[in-house]
Design a protein around this ligand. Structure first.
Ligand SMILES: Cc1cc2nc3c(=O)[nH]c(=O)nc-3n(C[C@H](O)[C@H](O)[C@H](O)COP(=O)(O)O)c2cc1C
Length: 127
């Protein structure tokens, strides 16, 4: 299991938003979520939870290819070249519209139609 810890956890604790990339029949597709949404739902070892209000194209992409890459960054963490550090999380994702993860997302974000459950397989710092 890949744990999200250390400098990458620090970046996630500060990031304003997180990019979410999937692969579709026409190529890459990128959407986003807010950092505070992800922090509200909590990061448990290798798992990031993202509330889904829309993300219909992302959902279609994931049903045929579950690979996902998240990318976030912040000036508030010092990197190798000065203020600014990023983190990429590569793994598998699934939309869930029932179960404990969904219940937790729905309780905090009543507009959520699902929760995106991302399981990290590789965590890579940037900068
Ligand atoms: C900074 C930012 C945060 C966003 N947060 C969410 C979010 O938490 N949940 C969501 O469903 N869409 C969010 N969106 C909108 C998505 O990026 C996307 O445009 C929308 O969900 C449609 O997705 P689709 O192209 O996969 O259908 C956010 C967009 C931005 C720019």
């Amino acid at each position: 299991m890949t744990t999200i810890e250390g400098i990458c956890r620090e970046v996630i604790e500060k990031t304003e938003w997180i990019a979410i990339a999937t692969t579709g029949p026409d190529g890459p597709h990128v959407v986003a979520t807010w950092g505070d949404y992800v922090r509200t739902l909590g990061i448990d070892n290798d798992t990031v939870l993202i509330p889904v209000g829309l993300m219909h194209r992302t959902e279609r992409n994931l049903t045929r290819d579950s690979r996902v890459e998240l990318l976030c960054g912040t000036r508030q963490v010092v990197g190798a070249h000065g203020p600014g550090k990023g983190c990429s999380i590569i793994g598998q994702a699934q939309l869930q519209s029932s179960g404990p993860a969904f219940d937790s997302a729905k309780a905090r974000f009543p507009w959520a139609r699902a929760v995106l459950v991302v399981k990290a397989e590789k965590v890579e710092p940037q900068l």
